[in-house]
Design a protein around this ligand. Structure first.
Ligand code: NAG
Ligand code: NAG
Length: 564
């Protein structure tokens, strides 16, 4: 059954079974596509009709002798009068009419039967409502409508019946109608009826003319389970039993403790216990669940383990508590029934340029910049050599910028960024190698690098009790270059990690910036602010539109300056 049909069945059943919440009848009987239910509850005619209507029924009409026989069967065990759906809303009794001027609550007087007794009172003031009683041989008795009768009879009619389940001599079927009464004998089964076969205990529910095997939807009477119903991925709901009991695997709904000598007794299976022919037993689980490692409880299956679960390009499978869901991969969105690429660049996630790719995007930086180490969508100034042309604002050529670890220098040909030789400041205990924008400390054999600049002897002395920092080293609170080293290598070393050479340089640049700011902050500030007349001229000619505060045209600018 597909999902839509399942849902429809569920809705229909919910409506049908919802009636059960109302008043409970004391007995009932079904014939053809109708059922009559007896309510043994004092009521006047009007409230009896309302109680019937509340259950989408009406007071019973008795148009044939067969219907009358049904009443006599139902009323056989009850004394007192019971309302039927016959009354005289207006006018006087008239012996010439079909029902002597009375009519059904269905607002018609069609009837093959007139069961008024010989004591029919034809005076205009005769009582307007009709009841029946065993005492009066189930004849129609005129009764004042406001009188409290012992009860009333409601009539239900239905469509889409199921056929009765085949019965066998040694088996019986009990039907529980959606109207709240059970019957053994039926011709047509109202939808919403549950049928239990004995002695097997298998259960079915009638839905839209078809029988569904229990456990059906957990929403409807707990799926028919004796103890508890649980939804499962895959093939629908399953029944559970209290600990120590197992679900009967023949009927799948009833619970029973395994008997003495039963190999299942010791297993305490959560769901099923299967006996093998050799007498051994093992626990099993309903479809959609698998046996847990404890060999007795059942756990959800990871449906997503099957790569075929979510076919279609760019879908991925997400395991849920009761199954799985197919969703779009990251970077894709659902469009109709496909997953299409999301153009992330629309939301301008990059500082400089953005290139959309299937499922993702990449940021790029203008010339003279490179992606920032900690935020790859941001760009930072970069110079991979001892000197590079400075990056100047084309709208304000006095505004020139250098990467961290560089100093700007004004020349005839423009503003240039010169690498600071940090090694000349003796930051490192031992060896130092200068790099564009930064530097690396390293130690001789027998020493190891500590705090990125200190070298301590590598005997087993605990850290800190070794060599004191040399006088030239910055105080421990000062920023230090990041350059862990392996002990035996006297030369500059690189961290054996996933950090790329560029990344390492980036880290160093960041750290050195702080040092440079501390040591040369004032000097840099003055230097950068100095205006280059050459740069100013160039920028005036070359009105490149600015994409950001600083542009990337450094190389172009420097080329043309060189030509000047
Ligand atoms: C009447 O009562 C008898 C005995 O209690 C019972 O077997 C029978 O089913 C009852 N009939 C109805 C229609 O309730
Ligand atoms: C018919 O019913 C009216 C009103 O209840 C009553 O006054 C009258 O006596 C009844 N007639 C017979 C013949 O029972």
């Amino acid at each position: 059954m597909n999902t839509g049909a399942r849902l429809l069945v569920l809705l229909v059943l919910l409506v049908l079974v919802g009636r059960l919440a109302g008043l409970k009848p004391n007995s009932g009987y079904c014939i053809g596509t109708g059922c009559v239910a007896l309510f043994w509850q004092p009521a006047d005619f009007r409230s009896a009709q309302k109680l019937c209507r509340d259950q989408r029924a009406q007071l019973v009409t008795v148009r044939s002798s067969v219907s009358s026989d049904v009443l006599s069967v139902l009323l056989g065990n009850f004394t007192g009068s019971f309302w039927i759906g016959l009354h005289r809303p207006a006018g006087c009794p008239n012996l010439a009419e079909v029902l002597f001027g009375y009519g059904w609550v269905t607002k018609d007087s069609e009837s093959d039967l007139n069961n008024f007794g010989s004591s029919f009172n034809s005076s205009c003031s005769a009582p307007r409502c009709v009841s029946v009683s065993r005492e009066d041989s189930f004849r129609w008795g005129q009764t004042p409508c406001a009188q409290l009768a012992a009860g009333f009879l409601c009539e239900f009619s239905f469509t889409d019946p199921c056929r009765t389940l085949p019965a066998a001599p040694d088996r019986s079927v009990h039907y529980m109608t959606p109207y709240g009464f059970g019957v053994e004998d039926l011709q047509l089964v109202p939808p919403g009826t549950t049928a239990t076969r004995f002695p097997s205990g298998t259960k079915h529910i009638c839905s839209s003319g078809q029988w569904l095997h229990a456990p059906w939807s957990c929403e409807i009477q707990d799926g028919g389970c004796e103890y508890k119903c649980a939804k499962t991925p895959g093939d629908g709901p399953v029944c559970f039993c209290p600990p120590g009991q197992t679900v009967n695997h023949a009927n799948r709904v009833s619970c029973a403790a395994p008997g003495p000598g039963d190999p299942c007794a010791a297993l305490r299976c959560q769901q099923l216990c299967r006996e093998a022919e050799d007498g051994s037993a093992r626990c099993a689980c309903e479809h959609g669940l698998k046996l847990a490692e404890d060999a007795s409880s059942c756990v959800d299956v990871d449906e997503c383990a099957d790569p075929r679960q979510c076919p279609g390009e760019n879908f991925r499978c997400v395991n849920t508590q009761l199954g799985f869901a197919c969703v779009c991969k990251v970077g894709y969105k659902k469009h109709r029934d496909r997953c299409v690429d999301v153009d992330e660049c629309v939301s301008a996630p990059c500082e400089h340029t953005c290139v959309n790719t299937p499922g993702s995007y990449t940021c790029a930086c203008y010339h003279g910049y490179r992606p920032a180490d900690k935020a790859p969508n941001k760009c930072e100034l970069f110079c991979g050599a001892e000197e590079c042309p400075a990056t100047c604002d084309p709208n304000d050529p006095r505004q020139c910028y250098c990467p961290d670890g560089f100093l700007s220098e004004e020349r005839r040909t423009g503003v240039f960024c010169l690498d600071i030789d940090e090694c000349s400041y003796n930051y490192c205990d031992q060896d130092c190698s200068n790099m564009p924008g930064s530097y690396l400390c390293s130690c001789s054999t027998g020493y190891k690098l500590v705090d990125l600049y200190r070298c301590v002897e590598t005997d087993e002395e605990p850290e800190g009790s070794g060599t004191a920092p040399s006088p030239s080293a910055p105080s421990p609170s000062a920023p230090s270059p990041r350059a862990p080293t392996s002990v035996p290598d006297p030369g500059p070393t690189r961290r054996p990690s996933a950090v790329t050479p560029m990344g390492l340089v980036g880290i160093i640049v960041c750290v050195v910036l702080l040092i440079v700011l501390v040591v040369f902050g004032l000097h840099i500030g003055l230097s950068v602010r100095k205006k280059s007349s050459a740069a100013e001229r160039k920028a005036a000619e070359d009105e490149t539109p600015s994409l950001n505060k600083v542009t990337s045209n450094t190389s172009d600018t420097s080329d043309s300056r060189d030509n000047m």
